[in-house]
Write a protein that binds this ligand. Sequence first.
Ligand code: NAP
Length: 358
Amino acid sequence: MTTDYAERFPESRNGDTHRPYQAASDRYESGAFRQVGTSGLWLPAISLGLWWNFGDNVPFQNQRTVLRHAFDRGITHFDLANNYGPPFGTAETNFGRMMREDFAPYRDELIISSKAGYDMWPGPYGNNGSRKYLIASAEQSLKRMSVDYVDIFYSHRADPVTPIEETVGALDTLVRQGKALYVGISSYSAERTAEAVAVAESLGTPLIIHQPSYSILNRWIEEGLTDALKTAGMGAIAFTPLAQGLLTDKYLGDGTGDRSQSRFSLPDGTLSEKALTTLRSLNDIANERGQTLAQMAIQWILRDEVVASALIGASSTAQLDQNLAATEGAPFDADELARIDELSGAIDVNLWAESSDA
Ligand code: NAP
């Protein structure tokens, strides 16, 4: 794993992950925080998700290097879910070890989230949106992560069979039990969001945040969801802003990518010529702006303030450093936005479209 950690933080030596962790004293100096809707919660403009690079597929010390570095650079929000790994549950277990060994003194500086909604354990009670599943899964997540509560708990996806009153009622219960401070929903359509908001309001526990997929290549939230969020006073944290790595320099060469892990939802082989041409044209715009493609992609999703945070993944500290500089880019001008609009409709890869409409 590449890291310039020791160079950047010689005094704390946090790059030597066998040494006790002490957070960098300047961790809040450059970070930008943004308000989540009308709530009292503020998130870093860039948050880190543990979906794919923090399971038992990656050496623990590598994970620890990335997470320590993230917190040292002002990333106060780590996003998890019951099924992150692989295998399922291991991202939370590995994170739990880091909570105990590294981050326990900083618990009150951290926003830790988890979710339930996708397949987690066998049988009818380990999937979807029932009260039985959500409450049991939240309990398991707290144990795996060695925390007493999560800051945000999400219904991971809409369940068309379970009544929305039951799913949102389970979120309300978790707040009342002190197991979650805030609650939210992920990948719900604009219509389902409005229904969930109404139920939550009737229970007195607001849904403050929605976690949708959103990127230059996947703009479904602009067709109704962002308006629904603004009406409800909710904020968004947008996942997969780099289209799982497509919107980085990984594919710009021959289109095969240079991946830390092979991911199930990425196209297996080489990208189509059309897709590659589009990515290269987007990269040209980024370079004209003095940015990398990844930096431009992140800054672009933050252009509407309803998006409180860009929820990225990263397999190295170098990726994190590059991505964090996204917040320093010049504002987009109208011409750049128009060129990006044109290109975003020209690519034939949309990783999350199907699961973003429940
Ligand atoms: P992403 O930010 O679109 O993609 C991250 C991947 O892009 C990294 O793992 C890395 O690939 C590559 N990358 C990142 N920065 C790079 C850079 N500067 N240069 C080159 N490559 C770079 O996000 P994601 O990992 O798909 O998802 C992010 C988070 O969103 C997840 O961890 C999870 O918390 C959340 N999420 C939520 C849902 C949901 O249903 N709510 C679904 C998916 C994700 P390599 O690892 O190959 O180096």
